[in-house]
Design a protein around this ligand. Structure first.
Ligand code: WT7
Length: 629
C-alpha cells in the first residue's frame, strides 16, 4: 500500500492549504497557483474558488506531458460491442495527435474558448477525443448519454445554447443499433435548438444517414489535413471545463458546471488514491462517458495519470454473461470498476459464466452509483475476485467531481460501507434541523467544507445552485443522501432522501418523469416514486390520474409507458403504472410522496401520519388498487 490513511487524513486536517497545494503539484500548470482555496458556503459571501491564480490546460496533463516518457504506452484500449469486431490500442502519441487534429478542426469551424459543444456519442475512443479536443481549445463540452431521447437532447442543447454537436452515425449495444444521428436530427427540429450551427458526425457503423448540408459534416472530412499539434488554450483554473446535466428533486435537469484546475487535480488524485493505482495497471471502468464516472474515471483521471484504460462499447450480457470477464482476461485488466446493478444482474445468472474465465489479473475491484447490498458485495468479492481482491465502494456524485468517501485499502473492508472520507474531506451527519450528530448515528449526509473537485455552479443559474445545495442546512453542502455512521466512524450510505430515484445507477428526477406523463393529452396528473427493485436497485412507480372520461385500460397503460420512454429515453421507462383516481395531497396541495412510496413498497401499514391530508380516503383507495394489481 502506497499510503497510510490515518497519517494523510491527519495531515490534511492540520494544514488543508498545504495539503491541497501539494496535491495540485501532480498536474502540469502553465502558471502554478499561489492561491489555494477561497471558499465560503455562507449566503452572505458565498464563493467556491480553487487555485484561482493558476493557469493550465487540462489536456496538457492528459496528453502532452506523457509524450516524452510514455508516448508509446497505450492510453486507450477499445473493445467493440461485437466480440469479433476490430479492437484498437491507442498510444498516448496517437491520442495526442487525434485530439489536436479535431481541436484544430473545431477552431476552424469557429468554435472558441467558452463556446458550448454537445457530444452525443457511443462509448468509442472518438468520445474521449471529442471531449479532449473541446478542452484543448477551451470550449465547454456537455456530454449527453446516448440512451437519452431527442427531447432530452434538445433540452440540454437549449439550456446551454450549444454551437456545435458531435455525434456518430449509429451506436451499437448488445448487437442493437442506436440511431444517434437520427436522434440528433429529431432534437434539432425541436424548439430552442437554433444555436447549433454545425453537426459533426463520426462514421462508426457505416450506416447511411441523411446529411443536411451545410449543417452536417463528417468528422473524417473536417480533420483531414489538420496538423497533429495544436496550441493548448491557456485556461484560468476557474474557467469552465465541462457541463454535465443531472437530475434533481425538482424541475428540469441541472447543468452541473466543473472548472478546469480543481477538477483535473481532484479526478487525477482520487483515481490514483482510491484504486491504489500502479504504473503497470490496466484500468477498466465500465461506465459510459455520458455520466460523471466516465468523465472522471474513463477520461480525465486515468489519462492525467498516464494510465492504460479500457473503453468498452457494449453491455455485460452480450453475447453472453461471461463478456466482462472475457474482456478482463483478454486485456489482463488489473483494476475493475462497475456498478452494483451490473453485479446483481450477473449474480442472478449464477457462478458458471464467471468461473469459466480466469480473472487472475484483477488486483482491485470497485463499485459506484448506489448502495451495494452485502449479498452482491460478497458475490463480487468471493466469486469475481476469488476472495483475493479488496473492493473499493466509492461514494460520490456528479456534483463532487470525484470520490469523497471510499474504503482505505490498507485495512479490511465492510460489505456495503464506503467507510472513510478521503483526506481533506469533511463529511458530517445532521438531523432534520441541521444539528451535527456525533458518534454512531444516522441522518442527512452533508459536507462541512469544499474540495477542489466540487461543482461551481448550475450553468446559468447560480441561485438554483445555492438553493439546491446550501440552503437546506445553512453553511453546509447537502448531498441529498442519507447515511448511517457506525461505532468505528465508518459511513454507510443509505440512499437518497429527496425525490431523486436511482435506477440501475442512473439518476432520474421524479419531476421529469411526471412532466413527461402530463405532456400526454389523456393524463391529468401524475406522481412518481422509487420502489425497491432486485436488479435495478430502485424501479420507477407511477401513479397516474387520467382526464375525465378516459378509460383506465391496459392499452392506455402501455401507451403511457411508451410515451415516457419516448420523451426522456429508455432509462426512464416506468416499471409500474397504477391508476390513481386521486393523489394524496396536503391541504396546500403538495403531493405526499412519503405515502406513495410506502404504498409502492407494499407496506401500507407503515403509512404513518395521514391526518394532514386534504382527503384521507384517497389513500384507502390507492392501497386497495395496489392490492388488486
Ligand atoms: C448519487 C449520485 C458517483 C458517480 C455515479 C453516480 C448514489 C453513488 C454510491 C455509493 C451509495 C451511491 C448517491 C449519490 N451513490 N455512489 N458508493 N454508495 N450510493 O453519480 O448520478 O450524480 O448520482 O448516487 O445516492 O447521491 P450521480
Amino acid at each position: 500500500m502506497a499510503y497510510d490513511y490515518e497519517r494523510d487524513y491527519a495531515e490534511a486536517a492540520r494544514d488543508p492549504d498545504g495539503f491541497w497545494r501539494k496535491v495540485a503539484q501532480r498536474i502540469d500548470w502553465m502558471q502554478a497557483p499561489t492561491q489555494i482555496r477561497d471558499v465560503s458556503f455562507d449566503a452572505k459571501d458565498f464563493r467556491i474558488r480553487w487555485y484561482a491564480d493558476g493557469t493550465l490546460n487540462a489536456t496538457v496533463s492528459c496528453l502532452d506531458r506523457h509524450l516524452a516518457t510514455r508516448g508509446d504506452r497505450t492510453a486507450l484500449i477499445f473493445e467493440p460491442d461485437d466480440p469479433n469486431g476490430e479492437t484498437q490500442r491507442i498510444p498516448y502519441r496517437e491520442l495526442h495527435a487525434r485530439v489536436c487534429r479535431l481541436a484544430n478542426a473545431l477552431r476552424n469551424l469557429g468554435v472558441a474558448k467558452g463556446d458550448r459543444v454537445t457530444l452525443y456519442l457511443p462509448m468509442i475512443p472518438d468520445a474521449a477525443v471529442a471531449m479532449l479536443a473541446c478542452a484543448r481549445i477551451g470550449a465547454i463540452h456537455s456530454v449527453v448519454f446516448g440512451g437519452f431521447a431527442p427531447h432530452s437532447i434538445a433540452d440540454r442543447i437549449a439550456d446551454c445554447r450549444s454551437k456545435l454537436v458531435i455525434t456518430a452515425d449509429e451506436g451499437l449495444r448488445g448487437g442493437k443499433r442506436i440511431p444517434l444521428k437520427a436522434n440528433v436530427d429529431a432534437a434539432l427540429a425541436l424548439p430552442g435548438t437554433n444555436s447549433v450551427e454545425t453537426v459533426l458526425v463520426v462514421r462508426h457503423t457505416g450506416a447511411a444517414v441523411p446529411m443536411q448540408m451545410p449543417r452536417d459534416r463528417w468528422v473524417d472530412a473536417v480533420v483531414e489535413g489538420q496538423p497533429d499539434t495544436c496550441d493548448p488554450e491557456p485556461m484560468n483554473a476557474e474557467d469552465p471545463l465541462f457541463i454535465l446535466y443531472t437530475s434533481g428533486s425538482t424541475g428540469k435537469p441541472k447543468g452541473v458546471l466543473h472548472t478546469t484546475g480543481g477538477y483535473i487535480v481532484y479526478a487525477s488524485w482520487t483515481h490514483e488514491r482510491v484504486f491504489d493505482l500502479r504504473d503497470d495497471d490496466v484500468f477498466w471502468c465500465t461506465a459510459d462517458v455520458g455520466w460523471v464516472t466516465g468523465h472522471s474515471y474513463v477520461v480525465y483521471g486515468p489519462l492525467a495519470n498516464g494510465a492504460t484504460c479500457v473503453m468498452f462499447e457494449g453491455v455485460p450480457n452480450y453475447p453472453d454473461y461471461s463478456r466482462f470477464w472475457n474482456i478482463v482476461d483478454k486485456y489482463q485488466v488489473t483494476i475493475f470498476y462497475t456498478a452494483p446493478t451490473a453485479i446483481r444482474a450477473l449474480m442472478r445468472e449464477g457462478d458458471a459464466p464467471v468461473k469459466a474465465t480466469s480473472r487472475k489479473s484483477i488486483r482491485v475491484l470497485g463499485t459506484v452509483g448506489e448502495p451495494i447490498n452485502p449479498e452482491a458485495w460478497r458475490w463480487y468479492h468471493d466469486v469475481v475476485g476469488d476472495a483475493r481482491c479488496p473492493i473499493t465502494d466509492t461514494w460520490w456524485q456528479t456534483e463532487t467531481g470525484g470520490t469523497l468517501i471510499a474504503p482505505p485499502l490498507d485495512r479490511p473492508q465492510k460489505p456495503g460501507s464506503a467507510m472513510k472520507p478521503l483526506p481533506g474531506i469533511l463529511p458530517a451527519i445532521v438531523d432534520g434541523k441541521g444539528n451535527v450528530l456525533e458518534g454512531e448515528t444516522e441522518g442527512n449526509l452533508v459536507l462541512l467544507d469544499s474540495w477542489p473537485g466540487q461543482m461551481r455552479t448550475v450553468y446559468g443559474d447560480q441561485k438554483r445552485f445555492f438553493e439546491t445545495y446550501f440552503s437546506t442546512f445553512p453553511g453546509k453542502y447537502f448531498t441529498g443522501d442519507g447515511s448511517h455512521r457506525d461505532a468505528d466512524g465508518d459511513y454507510w450510505i443509505t440512499g437518497r432522501v429527496d425525490d431523486v430515484i436511482i435506477v440501475s445507477g442512473h439518476r432520474i428526477g421524479s419531476a421529469e418523469v411526471e412532466s413527461a406523463f402530463v405532456s400526454h393529452p389523456k393524463v391529468a396528473e401524475a406522481a412518481v416514486v422509487g420502489f425497491p427493485h432486485d436488479i435495478k436497485g430502485q424501479g420507477i412507480y407511477a401513479y397516474v390520474t387520467l382526464m375525465d372520461g378516459e378509460a383506465e385500460d391496459d392499452a392506455l397503460r402501455a401507451e403511457l409507458i411508451a410515451h415516457v420512454r419516448k420523451e426522456i429515453g429508455p432509462i426512464a421507462t416506468p416499471d409500474h403504472l397504477q391508476w390513481a383516481p386521486g393523489l394524496p395531497k396536503t391541504r396546500s396541495g403538495k403531493i405526499m410522496r412519503r405515502i406513495l412510496r410506502k404504498i409502492a413498497e407494499g407496506a401500507p401499514e407503515q403509512l404513518g401520519d395521514t391526518s394532514t391530508l386534504a382527503d384521507p380516503t384517497v389513500v384507502e383507495s390507492l392501497v386497495k388498487h395496489r392490492r388488486g394489481q
